[in-house]
Design a protein around this ligand. Structure first.
Ligand code: SAM
Length: 238
């Protein structure tokens, strides 16, 4: 039976494509690409010739049903985004949901994504974490942030280089300037860098060094108050 394959692609270093991703891209009947030019470049690099169809946030609502019908009719498809794992701050969710609802098999390959390496190399606990992706830019941003004020899990955010400093300053207001943060930029690329420190320190760093490239911001969760941290009254009145 034909399937929908979700195929992660490199976030910078072309060597991060998996052997299975190459195999699937070679075998499927057609590839759905967020940007056909970006994916053509990747396929050319891999020596694969394949029919590409656009699948991006501006047409996905209109095309998911057609794509699902094509798969149901026996043509297997691979969905790729410009970089990383489709569905993670990228188109994918709508198509997967439609396929699941129609009983079409979906197979998601593991592979490149920016959030996981940034989390692991932050040095913050990764046993529990929450992925927040891009915060709303204007409307609802501060409400969204306020809702995270007491979050104890490590938090992962995607942010554009133009808003990194502002974002760190807003985080300092909500979480406090001494909260630890780890900012990873240009992961897997030549100028990969991770800057760690308090929110105040890292914001100052990027005020002095213009943020360039792609960024993941990882914020430590609110420290748990342990028993004994809160001073108990020495004497209690009856
Ligand atoms: N689907 C991708 C994934 O699986 O991570 C995310 C796509 S989203 C449109 C793009 C954002 O991901 C960037 O703005 C940045 O926050 C993050 N990102 C992607 N590649 C990155 C890299 N090489 N280094 C740091 N962050 C990256």
């Amino acid at each position: 039976m034909a399937k929908l394959y979700i195929v992660p692609t490199p976030i910078g270093n072309l060597d991060d494509i998996t052997l299975r991703a190459i195999h699937v891209l070679r075998e499927v009947d057609f590839v759905l690409a967020e940007d056909t030019r970006t994916t053509s470049f990747l396929l050319r690099h891999l020596g694969i010739e394949k029919k590409l169809h656009s699948h991006h946030k501006f047409n996905e609502h209109a095309t998911v049903r057609m794509v699902a019908d094509a798969i149901a009719a026996g043509r297997s498809a691979a969905l790729v985004s410009d970089a990383g794992t489709p569905g993670i701050s990228d188109p994918g969710f709508l198509l997967v949901r439609t396929c699941v609802e129609q009983g079409i098999e979906v197979e998601t390959l593991p592979g490149a994504t920016a959030a996981v390496p940034a989390l692991v190399q932050s040095g913050f606990p990764c046993d529990r974490f929450c992925f927040e992706g891009f915060l709303p830019q204007k409307k609802g941003r501060s409400k969204h942030l306020q809702a995270l004020a007491d979050e104890e899990r490590t938090m992962i955010f995607y942010e554009s280089p133009y808003r990194v400093v502002k974002c760190l300053e807003q985080f300092a207001e909500v979480f406090g300037p001494d909260r630890r943060v780890s900012v990873s930029r240009e992961l897997t690329k030549k100028f990969e860098q991770t800057v760690r420190g308090t929110l105040a320190e890292v914001a100052a760093h990027f005020r002095a060094n213009e943020p360039k490239g792609e960024f993941v911001i990882v914020v430590a969760g609110r420290p748990k108050t342990r028993k004994g941290d809160v001073a108990e009254p020495l004497f209690q009145n009856d």
